[in-house]
Design a binder for this molecule. Structure first.
Ligand code: CP
Length: 314
């Protein structure tokens, strides 16, 4: 692959290879062997047009641990604010010969469009409601390490599915790896084209969580609700917030996930989120660094190979 734009483009064996490499980076990070030269001599630019804590910090750490020169563009202070378009901004940065561009953008498809205009590797750090591929990969690694496998698991993705790129990328990935995925949430927060995914849909948490191995909670993404149905937080927590009573319907050893940022007392009870016997939320963050190291390592290998095989210009 030249870019990492979405899970859609990845084959199951490519997902497994990336997770295997990420596993090695988890091990190295834990043993404090944090520096390698996989990206030495390469320049990584992070362009975040939307807020981020986990994704931006982990991409920056990942690049630095692999030896890249990393630049974080302060998009709020850039010439985008003077009316420059996304593509003109990308072309301008492209002229400075970056090797890896990490892009988060509020519009679905914006990162794919940008990737067509530049001649470096592009990684999608989340585009609108479309995809968040590194989130799905880090979730997959977390599940695989906790459950010992990434197939034939019962997984419930719960909450605001309609506005979630995390849900979409996870649905695609977990389906490709032959898991049984269910969606649980209010009908008003289900996407209209849900049929295309061939998954079971539940309105009731007790039914939806029955005997699942993994409970994946989602954030209420109010910033994408543009005037549509916005539930009151009290009502939402009562019906869909994960608490001990609702979790009791899952398997006894079910793990609890949340991509963050989480709203305690809205999507999830604080005690459940902090329960080290059930919650793998902190592991998800740890896996995020390793998965992003693996993704950039693999793309850099492909980039170097393509450049080595490119015809010499005279
Ligand atoms: N999960 C996730 O994408 O978090 P951030 O928005 O903090 O990057």
């Amino acid at each position: 692959q030249k870019h990492l734009l979405g899970i859609e483009a990845l084959r199951p064996d490519e997902i497994t290879s990336l997770l295997d490499l990420a596993d090695q980076y988890v091990d190295l990070n834990r043993r404090d062997v944090k520096h390698s030269d996989a990206l030495t001599g390469l320049t990584q630019i992070n362009m975040f047009f939307e807020n981020s804590t986990r994704t931006q910090a982990s991409f920056e750490l990942a690049g630095k641990r692999l030896g890249a020169d990393v630049m974080n563009m302060a998009m709020q202070a850039s010439s985008i604010k003077k009316g420059e378009t996304l593509i003109d901004t990308a072309m301008t940065l492209n002229a400075m010969h970056p090797d890896l561009l990490v892009v988060r953008h509020p519009h679905s498809g914006a990162v794919d469009l940008l990737a067509q205009k530049v001649n470096c590797a592009v990684l999608n750090a989340g585009d609108g409601k479309h995809e968040h591929p590194t989130q799905a990969l880090l979730d997959a690694l977390t599940i695989r390490r906790a459950k010992g496998r990434l197939h034939r698991l019962n997984i419930a993705i719960c909450g605001d599915i309609a506005h979630s790129r995390v849900a979409r990328s996870n649905l695609i990935l977990l389906g490709k790896m032959e898991n049984r995925v269910r969606l649980v949430g209010p009908p008003t927060l289900m996407p209209s084209q849900i049929g295309e995914f061939g998954v079971e849909v539940y309105e009731d948490m007790a039914e939806g969580l029955k005997d699942v191995d993994v409970v994946m909670m989602l954030r209420l993404q109010r910033e994408r609700m543009d005037g549509g149905f916005i539930p009151s937080e009290r009502e939402y927590y009562h019906r869909y917030g994960l608490d001990a009573a609702k979790l009791s319907h899952a398997k006894d050893d079910a793990i609890v996930m949340h991509p963050g940022p989480m709203n305690r007392g809205v999507e999830i009870d604080g005690e459940i989120a902090d329960d080290i016997n059930r919650s793998v939320i902190q592991e998800q963050v740890e896996m995020g660094v390793a998965v992003r190291m693996a993704a950039m390592d693999l793309l850099a290998r492909n980039l170097r190979e393509a450049r080595a095989n490119a015809p010499v210009e005279v």
